[in-house]
Write a protein that binds this ligand. Structure first.
Ligand code: HSE
Length: 308
């Protein structure tokens, strides 16, 4: 008897401007992972990948999805079964869209399901943050929706923030990636009280705008002094792309996670906003793709389990 598990995991945007390391939101862009017990595969045949990362991601036991899958069995103190993993990836890599968080969340959920351990989402979040280090992406990837996440000493506390149904997310995804380590490395170790107050007020404004559906202050609510100014040094067209999005009718705009994607929030004019962002980037010598998408309430979930 063979049990196959299929899971889906969403892309995520983190920070959302001022909520550095504390806010994340899942987006309607998905990776699908199928895990099937198979004792005849080994070495670099364990994983087969289509879509994003098919030419660059490891296909052996070093793959992050597999490592995360195996982490569940390590925690249970039993050997992981021999499996074949099939990954269909829609989430671009290294573009601030939570591809690593999705790989970890997907691997953990698949392991939790296949092993029968059925861990709570709280425990999966703790493991994900331990492996990947970015709970803002992980909370949104695992639980879905827009999420506040804070470390509470022992683990993480996360609460959902309602997001208006009408809200669209428009991404400009540059052809060039931005490594999260490098994008964290440029951040100053301390900030002034003035900048802290700037971000605290805007984070509160942003959460209130989304939760109440009153979006009139989103432009101010998505401003940030904590990470974007430093990151612009790695991605100089950022401000021009922001300006182009706002002039084209966006309600707010920010660097997605640690970059390099830029995410605009809007009620309408999605394709104009996307086109204008891409045009501004191109004028600064950066090519890329536009993705018009929307937030999703769904986090990582099991699509099906079949027994044959
Ligand atoms: N909050 C993290 C950062 C997200 O901005 O570095 C990393 O994906």
């Amino acid at each position: 008897m063979t049990t196959t598990v299929k899971v889906r995991v969403p892309a995520t945007t983190a920070n959302m401007g001022p909520g550095f390391d504390c806010l994340g939101m899942s987006l309607d862009i998905w990776n699908t992972i199928v895990v099937e017990p198979n004792s005849s595969v080994s070495g670099d045949e364990i994983i087969s990948i289509s879509g994003e990362g098919r030419d660059s991601l490891p296909t052996d036991a070093g793959n992050l999805v597999y490592q995360s899958f195996k982490r569940i069995y390590d925690g249970l103190g039993i050997p992981a079964p021999a499996v074949r993993l099939t990954c269909e990836n829609e989430i671009p890599l290294g573009r601030g869209l939570g591809s690593s968080a999705a790989a970890v969340a997907g691997g953990l959920l698949a392991g939790s399901e296949l092993s029968g351990a059925r861990l709570s989402s709280k425990r999966i979040l703790e493991l994900a943050a331990e492996i990947e280090g970015h709970p803002d992406n992980s909370a949104a990837a695992i639980l879905g929706g827009c999420r506040i996440v804070v470390s509470d000493g022992d683990g993480y506390l996360t609460e959902p923030v309602n997001v208006p149904d009408e809200l669209k997310t428009i991404l400009f995804v540059p052809d060039v990636p931005m490594a999260t380590d490098e994008a964290r490395g440029v951040l100053p170790p301390t900030i002034s009280r003035q900048d802290a107050v700037f971000n605290i007020g805007r984070t509160a404004l942003l959460v209130n705008a989304l939760a109440s559906g009153n979006l009139k202050h989103l432009e101010t609510a998505t401003e940030d002094m904590l990470h974007q100014p430093a990151r612009q040094k790695l991605f100089f067209p950022m401000k021009n792309i922001f300006r182009a999005a706002m002039s084209a009718g966006a309600l707010g705009v920010f660097l997605s996670g640690a970059g390099s994607s830029v995410l605009a929030l809007a009620r309408d004019r999605e394709y104009t906003i996307g086109y204008e962002m891409a045009d501004a980037a191109m004028k600064s010598g950066v090519d890329g793709a536009i993705k018009v998408t929307k937030p999703t309430q769904l986090g990582a979930h099991v699509v099906g389990q079949s027994v044959s």
